[in-house]
Design a protein around this ligand. Sequence first.
Ligand code: NAP
Length: 247
Amino acid sequence: MKELEQQVAVVTGGSRGIGRAVALRLAHAGADVAVVARSEEACASTVEAIRAMGRRAWALAADVTQTASVENAAARILGQTGRVDILVNNAGITRDMLLMRMTDEDWDAVLATNLKGAFLFTRALLRPMLKQRNGRIINITSVIGFTGNVGQANYAASKAGLIGFTKSCAREFASRGITVNAVAPGFVETDMTAVLKEEQRQAVLARIPVGSFGKPEDVAHAVWFLALPESRYITGQVLTVDGGLSM
Ligand code: NAP
């Protein structure tokens, strides 16, 4: 029997990039996976790949910033499976701009997606985990949450907030068998970082001790580790996956 067999995972932002790699890694370990993105079509390729592994998979269209949308998605997944064992709050966006020129919309959109989205999904799926007296919640933060970055005040605030959120939830749920941890990637090659200019990429690369950018699978490996039953004694932690960038 595989290590996550008979478990159900929900991965937000599972359509692409890190979330897709996480969904596939958990499925490879035996989990059935609900893949969340803003449209069902966006989830289709991840869902297909999971089903090809012989696991159950569901495409869930939900906007993580909207309470009703999240609660509706949570009800749909619970209606199908009756349980959720692993929640990965991964959906995230950037709206980079120097603070002087940052708009209210840039600030609000990033905080709503990266931070409020994790709050809404955690609250929506907490009850079944409490009942089961078992659960794994893994929030995808960023090294920017502890280093800060020019042009990313909104993003850094959201990711630092996610770390405080992670630790508070870890304390609240610990006695019920639910662990809550964060994974902090450095620079990972996805659509999010593809928009950066070559000189920006090279400047970051020069600061990474292992000498290469991260792959989505590098982050997925850390999530898999924290999701394992054997990780039951690890909670409230931030596991950095950055090739040494932020040490
Ligand atoms: P990405 O390739 O841009 O993918 C973002 C994902 O989030 C997509 O699946 C997108 O789905 C989903 N999403 C965005 N807004 C959403 C919303 N309102 N409701 C539901 N889903 C939404 O990004 P990535 O690089 O894989 O990043 C994933 C996570 O890792 C983010 O939290 C990011 O901050 C974090 N991270 C990334 C890096 C990096 O270097 N790439 C580094 C540190 C941390 P649709 O657009 O299909 O709806």
